[in-house]
Design a protein around this ligand. Sequence first.
Ligand code: NDP
Length: 369
Amino acid sequence: MRLPLPLLSVRLSLSARAFSAAAATGGRPLPKVNVVARYEKFGPVDSVVKLREEPIEEVKPHQVMLQFMAAPINPADINMIEGSYSIQPPLPAIGGNEGVARVLAVGSDVKGLQVDDWVIPASPGFGTWRKYAVCDGEDVDPIPREGVPLELAATISVNPCSAYRMLHDYIELKPGDLLVQNGANSSVGMAVIQLCKHMGVQTLNVVRDRPNLSDLKARLESLGATVVITEEELANTRSLAEAMETFKGAKPVLGLNCVGGNSAADIARLLKDGSSMVTYGGMSRKPVCVPTGRLIFNDVSLRGFWLSRWTETHGKAERRAMIKDLMDLIREKEFKTFVQLKPFEEFTEALAMARAGFKEGKVVLTYTP
Ligand code: NDP
């Protein structure tokens, strides 16, 4: 499919060409035309984001040129485009916050990056739904690629990192402890299950009912989920009591909530006295309601987690150490993800798949050079 070329009239200057000549490229010619998923105003994602061809900028000495290989469509990407997210990029903007790219060219002043390295964005708002990018060397972090499948490299920096932080930053979890979470089949939820298994922490996992529930339960159990129940079972005293028998009287010392509404209230009801429920998402788009007595009589605390805040307030070294820990688990085959790959050219279908409920896995865009 030939795409519109609204910006191809932009001409490359001679001085810019000189910069490119100075960039290391491993002897390969650089691409000249990009395809980007751009939006010029905030609004419904299926109407404001358009694929466009654009000329690629030249690489200045402090810059690198990247070729994206894979990038997921996460809920926050959609919220950002709708204008309902806490970060609003300057417009026009390119969609996508996460992904993995190969370095095609390295400017002469850039340290620590080489042609063919795999890199991920150093912070949110990068704009990963594009075939190529020219950016400051500082804006990306190299990742150790050996033994790491592409889809995991593309999705390592948001959901697994969020799970990792929530399991380390609110309470010191010990082997045998119990955690309860809703949205357990989300990418974050599945990361929580796998990290908990590694830490010896038991998990009570809540999902929405669906026709193929037994398949979903089997999938989550194969990752290490101790018990999987539906939201209805969580809300029902008898089925909840049956599910809790596995834990022999233990109560959850940590609750993770990415749904809100009644589901959050039911999680809060289960928690051990003095423990916390950490809210990190609001998939039902309903407010978090907690029974008053849980706060007064049981001293349950409500906390919030936002990875962007963590990234902003912690150094690159700490983020790299966390990603290395996760990559080590991937290499040891202790961590996996479920994705549905979709070529970037089929962006509209990919968006529809990503926004649908009851998905089989995270929708990940793939790019061909
Ligand atoms: P995924 O796209 O992998 O999965 C979405 C999940 O949401 C599925 O479990 C889905 O369940 C569930 N869901 C969708 N609609 C509803 C609904 N109406 N009611 C209840 N559950 C629903 O999600 P991610 O793992 O990428 O993200 C999960 C949440 O975590 C999102 O809210 C995201 O914004 C948030 N997040 C927050 C971060 C932070 O820093 N605070 C960082 C990363 C993620 P089903 O299969 O039944 O449709």
